[in-house]
Ligand binder design. Structure first.
Ligand code: ADP
Ligand code: MG
Length: 348
């Protein structure tokens, strides 16, 4: 099969099969809610459940998960915990993205009118290089007490992420792309990323382009976020900027993130947290994972079901049925019950 051939999504008798990776912490309980909502709404999607043992001393589980995603084309995922700080134990999350070449992470940060937050009416799209940069996982202690960590920036990956950002802007009627970097210090690596984004920008004369240092970006995001439209950045800065944005508009429990490559797509909560401390207490916000599930339905072409569930989520949030992370008192269960109620109202 040529590298460019699209891999078909698993699709039997009008139903889709997708890989489900619950991960650790609150992942499994959030996946139960997704399944419950899907069954209630009559969504024609079946799940292939895949558990990854984070403490396994081999990669069999990970290989199995990757084979499943290759077969189905699409996955919904919680965070896989990598507790070990041993250099040989690689992050399974990073390994999975790299193996599947999921080179784009897209986080659409839009405010919910019903959520009290530090900033109102935010609408920023963060497009993050998802497979290299500071996440190359190439660290070693060259001599005792001296650790070297390699940050990898390549022309092909910088170019395709820049192109993705500008194409995204064009397709979605966006006006401006801001490249976020630290090229004043990392002159070669971030310098290349910035240079390539400037080159690609020239091909899109209708879209404004500027750039900003990561430190200043964090300050500007907090004080004046409305100046941002599409943000294009490297892996680690993308993680930081994503977390700042999520914090600005309501925290870790709301937004979903998408991981794209040329062949496969993985949907997950935007901030990729494990939520170990709040697991099993009926207090986790189920919305971020449900939003990820809705993104997945849109991707699969199940527009009708996506819309019904999306409306039910929005009605619930905007009616003030909030878990603790949003300053409310509702349990996860109460949020789900409200969402089910709103699905039922729309189906009548
Ligand atoms: P990490 O997995 O990156 O270590 P944590 O699990 O510590 O992150 O999560 C960061 C913070 O976000 C914690 O305070 C956690 O309780 C909170 N959090 C993450 N996901 C949710 C959620 N779905 N609902 C409520 N709080 C959440
Ligand atoms: Mg954690």
């Amino acid at each position: 099969i040529s590298k460019r051939m699209p891999i078909p999504k698993a699709h039997y008798g009008g139903r889709h099969t997708v890989s489900l990776l619950p991960g650790a912490g609150i992942g499994p309980e959030l996946m139960k809610y997704v399944k419950e909502v899907f069954v209630f709404a009559g969504v024609p999607v079946d799940f292939e459940d895949i558990d990854i043992n984070p403490n396994a001393d081999n990669d069999d589980d990970l290989d199995y998960a990757i084979a499943s995603i290759r077969r189905n084309g699409v996955a919904l995922k919680g965070n896989i915990e990598t507790r070990s700080t041993e250099a040989e134990v690689k992050s399974r999350n990073v390994a999975l993205r790299n193996e599947l070449d999921l080179y784009v992470n897209v986080l659409h940060c839009v405010s919910y009118p019903g959520v009290t937050s530090r900033q109102k009416n935010i609408d920023i799209v963060i497009i993050r290089q998802n497979t290299e940069g500071e996440y190359a996982m190439l660290e070693h202690e060259s001599v005792d007490g001296v650790v070297e960590s390699m940050k990898i920036v390549t022309r092909p990956n910088s170019e395709r992420i820049a192109r993705y950002a500008f194409e995204y802007a064009k397709r979605n009627g966006r006006k401006k792309v801001t490249t976020v970097h630290k090229a004043n210090i990392m002159k070669l690596s971030d310098g290349l990323f910035l240079e390539i984004s400037r080159d690609v920008a020239k091909e899109y004369p209708d879209i404004q382009h500027n750039d900003m240092i990561i430190d200043n970006t964090c300050m500007q995001l907090v004080s004046n976020p409305h100046q941002f439209d599409v943000v294009l950045t490297t892996n680690l800065y993308g993680s930081i900027v994503s977390n700042v944005c999520c914090g600005l508009l309501g925290g870790a429990g709301l937004l979903s993130g998408k991981n794209y490559g040329d062949h496969y797509t993985v949907f997950e909560p935007g901030t990729r947290n494990t939520g170990g401390k709040i697991a099993g207490k009926n207090i986790a916000n189920p919305v971020a994972m449900l939003n990820a599930a809705v993104d997945m339905l849109r991707h699969l072409g199940h527009k009708h079901h996506a819309l019904i569930i999306q409306n039910a989520i929005n009605k619930t949030i905007n009616a003030g049925i909030h878990t603790r992370d949003l300053g409310g008192t509702a349990t996860s269960r109460e949020v789900i019950d409200s969402i089910l109620k709103h699905i039922k109202i729309q189906s009548n």
